[in-house]
Design a protein around this ligand. Structure first.
Ligand code: GTR
Length: 326
């Protein structure tokens, strides 16, 4: 018994001299609209893991997925005021806070995916990330979001004419409202989380998004006509609150910036896999997938042309530069 007690005392003494498991000195919050296994959420988690690892556990970033911190627009506002530290959002709602971002999400702007990545990973993309500071954000990196397409519960869309009069939900974005109006449909801005029930109850006829969002939200259950028109490529962006970043040392700011960039390949790889899975799942569930003829695609492009002439001259310049990227 005596020996047993001695051993216990020795263990207790040893434990008290061991460094305690490093408690984080700073816990920061990241808001994400998507569910836990969605590629953007997993990208956020990779970013968080890298920051924790590279700061030796001093900085922990907790990822609040599935809108736990609110819908996209409200979260962006809170990041602006420093109440939330980070968020990953689509650049569509962000453009309400930084209007130049519309130039990056114009319809049929990029020749293809490769063109988009050349732009985002080159000087134009870097300039956009840096341009957010006056709005009190720090742009960290881009994530993949594929191309957006129309879907609805009423009928197959094979031409622009088929969209006429349909009530289509859009993100809270002026550009997206204009885009849907240009096609003769009726735009209805609405938070992402309300779309399923609005489709189900017939408040709206359709919406538009990429394969993964169409699948993960179960919108395919209530809107089975999906047309591959690919009207926009709208990059996702990871942003920080400038107020949060200003509180950190230069070294920690650099760690955060680099960790975000280093999480990109992981997110992009998961995106590609999830796009395929989503397409398979919705097709198996009975969605009707419509491929457009080249003539129909040209007609979509033509109908949206006025959006370009309505852009402010300085944004038209940016569009020109984007198109010149080879
Ligand atoms: C998704 C995007 C979300 C959100 C959503 C929407 O593609 O990843 O951040 O913007 O679209 O349509 O509201």
């Amino acid at each position: 018994m005596k020996r047993f007690l001695t051993v216990l005392v020795l263990i207790a003494v040893a434990a008290s001299t061991l460094p305690a498991a490093a408690a984080p000195q700073m816990v920061l919050r990241l808001g994400e609209t998507h569910v836990a296994d969605y590629p953007t959420t997993r990208g956020d988690m990779e970013f968080s893991r890298l920051v924790e690892e590279r700061t030796g556990g001093r900085i922990r970033i907790e990822v609040y997925h599935s809108k736990q911190l609110g819908e996209e627009k409200a979260v962006i506002e809170q990041v602006q005021f420093g109440a939330i530290d980070f968020t990953r959002v689509s650049i569509s709602p962000l453009a309400a806070f930084a209007p130049a971002f519309d130039a990056l999400q114009m319809p049929y702007l990029y020749r293809d995916e490769e063109h988009m990545w050349k732009v985002l990973n080159g000087p134009i993309g870097e300039e956009f990330l840096n341009s957010l500071e006056p709005a009190n954000f720090v742009g960290l990196c881009w994530y993949d979001s594929g191309a957006r397409n129309f879907y609805n519960s009423r009928r197959e869309i094979k031409s622009v004419a088929d969209l006429k009069g349909l009530k289509i939900r859009v993100q809270e974005s002026k550009l997206m409202m204009g885009l849907v109006s240009a096609l003769g449909a009726v735009p209805t801005p609405m938070p992402f989380g309300e779309v399923y029930s609005a489709l189900q109850t017939g408040v709206i006829d359709g919406a538009e998004n990429n394969w993964p969002s169409y699948f993960s939200t179960s919108h395919y259950e209530v809107a089975k006509y999906f047309t591959l028109d690919g009207h926009t490529r709208v990059p996702e962006i990871l942003i920080a609150s400038k107020m949060t970043m200003d509180k950190l040392s230069k070294e920690d700011q650099d760690i955060i910036r680099q960790a975000a960039k280093d999480s990109m390949p992981y997110q992009i790889k998961l995106w590609k896999e999830y796009e395929k899975v989503s397409e398979e799942k919705v097709t198996a569930a009975g969605s009707i997938i419509t491929h457009l003829s080249p003539e129909a695609v040209s007609a979509f492009q033509k109908a949206m042309e006025p959006l370009y002439s309505e852009l402010k001259p300085e944004l038209q310049e940016v569009v020109k530069k984007i198109r010149e990227v080879q």
